[in-house]
Each structure stands twice: as C-alpha cells, then as structure tokens.
Design a protein. Sequence first.
Length: 107
Amino acid sequence: MSQEPLASLAKLSIMTIQVVIMRLTTVKEFRDQATKFLRSKDPVLITRRGKPAGIYVSLQEGEDLPFDFRKELMLTLASQVKKSLEEHGLSEEAVLDDFEVSRKTRR
C-alpha cells in the first residue's frame, strides 16, 4: 500500500463551522409568550413587520454563541446605550448614581 494518500491527508487543513440556531418570532408573539421565550435556551430574533426589531439571548446560554457574534452584539449594544445617554444629556456615572440611590431607598 502506498504512503502517498496518507501524506496528502496530513497536508489538509480542517475547517470547523459553528451553526447558531435562532428562533424567529414577531413582537406580538414574543409579548404574548414572553415566559416561554425567556425560559428557552435558543436565541430569539424578534421581528416587526418582517424586519428585525431585536434579539433576545439568554444570559445563561450566551457563551454558547460564536465569539464574533457575541462581540458584534456587545459593540452594537454599547453604541446604542452611549447614543441614548448622549441624547438625554446623561453620563454613565449619573445613571449609576441614580441606581444606587434607588437601591438604597428600596430597603
């Protein structure tokens, strides 16, 4: 038996593909069945009039998502929070201070 086929196999590089299973639902369905979706381990793409409106990802299962997807998601969320704070003339410190005051008054 020739060693050539084995030698050529050793030169092959292996590519792995990770697939993310994401459920698709409408805003109305998500609202009406929120408890079911919040208990699910699958990420949920929420649509409004057929266009993406949001994504729900369980914090417990978030590490199962591909790193690049998680990174892009976090960057997008951070950008949106920053924009919202600027639009309302708030700083991160002011929001954190407000949370602290609220937490102390609830006790």
